[in-house]
Design a protein around this ligand. Structure first.
Ligand SMILES: Nc1ncnc2c1ncn2[C@@H]1O[C@H](COP(=O)(O)OP(=O)(O)OP(=O)(O)O)[C@@H](O)[C@H]1O
Ligand SMILES: [Mg+2]
Length: 257
């Protein structure tokens, strides 16, 4: 569905190569963790996937089309992208329901009244994230965790083929983070879209994620299963510290040795 082929990125004025020869294939229905330290190139890679940035070398094939011969605006409608920077822009005097529905306008660029079906769909999404009954609350008054859930639903209202969440847990306390992860599990059930979840916390690798792409200093460090990453002590290697990763029930935890 998304094929990143030999992608490299140089930024004008910076002598350092930001991304080097990245190859990554994301198939329909797959849920991926994109893992890497601060500054490793995760957000730049996402900007290339979403078409906001062109690679210096290589190509990205999205839904069967390379960058030549495809309309990037049409392609973007099929990609739901939520970054933590987006959250800061939503301190608005707008209801929670209208914020979710505004995702429809972002994709088609038109202001129109949502249909009954679309409003019902927004309600159904809200129910799955424990926000039912809060439809008329003001988005600017919500907690960070609630706001993050609303922005995820805003991206999902268009039924994207892939949902990309760039460090969605930033600024969330442990309870809000767990609540957000539960929402992801609920929303992924019965859907066939793909998911990329960016994090540098092992604890956020919940069972819905079976695959992990680890990037370090702009290069692919590991591409495979979560179990494979644990077996190969990838987390210790990437942080160059002794990090023990262990399972308790279905969840993963880490401790620094
Ligand atoms: N316009 C720019 N000019 C020069 N360097 C840049 C520019 N934009 C990003 N970089 C560098 O590219 C590298 C990768 O940045 P990126 O934002 O992708 O990191 P990240 O993995 O998302 O980090 P974080 O976990 O902190 O969000 C960083 O070292 C950053 O300083
Ligand atoms: Mg980033």
């Amino acid at each position: 569905m998304i094929k990143i082929e030999n992608v490299s990125l140089d930024i004008y004025g910076s002598s350092r190569r930001i991304l080097s020869d990245i190859n990554w294939h994301i198939e329909r229905g797959e849920s991926w963790i994109l893992f890497g330290r601060n500054g490793s190139g995760k957000t730049k890679l996402l900007e290339i996937i979403t078409g906001y940035l062109f690679p210096t070398e290589g190509d990205v094939i999205r839904f069967g089309h390379g960058h030549i011969g495809s309309d990037i605006r049409e392609t973007r409608k099929r990609i739901g992208y939520v970054s933590s920077a987006l959250r800061e822009k939503f301190n608005r005097d707008e209801t929670l329901l209208d914020t979710v529905l505004s995702g429809l306008y972002a994709s088609i660029g038109l202001y129109r009244k949502p249909s009954v079906d679309e409003t019902e769909k927004a309600h159904r999404l809200l129910v799955k994230t424990n926000l039912a009954g809060r439809e008329n609350d003001i988005i600017g008054h919500l907690s960070e965790g609630e706001k993050q859930k609303v922005l995820m639903l805003r991206a999902l209202i268009n039924d994207p083929d892939i949902l990309i969440l760039d460090e969605p847990s930033t600024g969330l306390d442990i309870v809000a983070r767990e609540d957000f992860l539960d929402s992801i599990t609920g929303l992924m059930q019965g859907r066939d879209h793909s998911l990329i979840y960016v994090t540098h916390h092992v604890e956020e690798i919940i069972p819905v994620f079976s695959r992990i792409f680890v990037i370090d200093d702009g290069k692919c460090f590991f591409n495979g299963t979560v179990d494979g990453a644990i077996e190969n002590k990838i987390f210790s290697s990437v942080f160059q510290r002794d990090i023990e990763v262990f399972r308790r029930g279905e969840r993963l935890y880490s401790s620094l040795g």
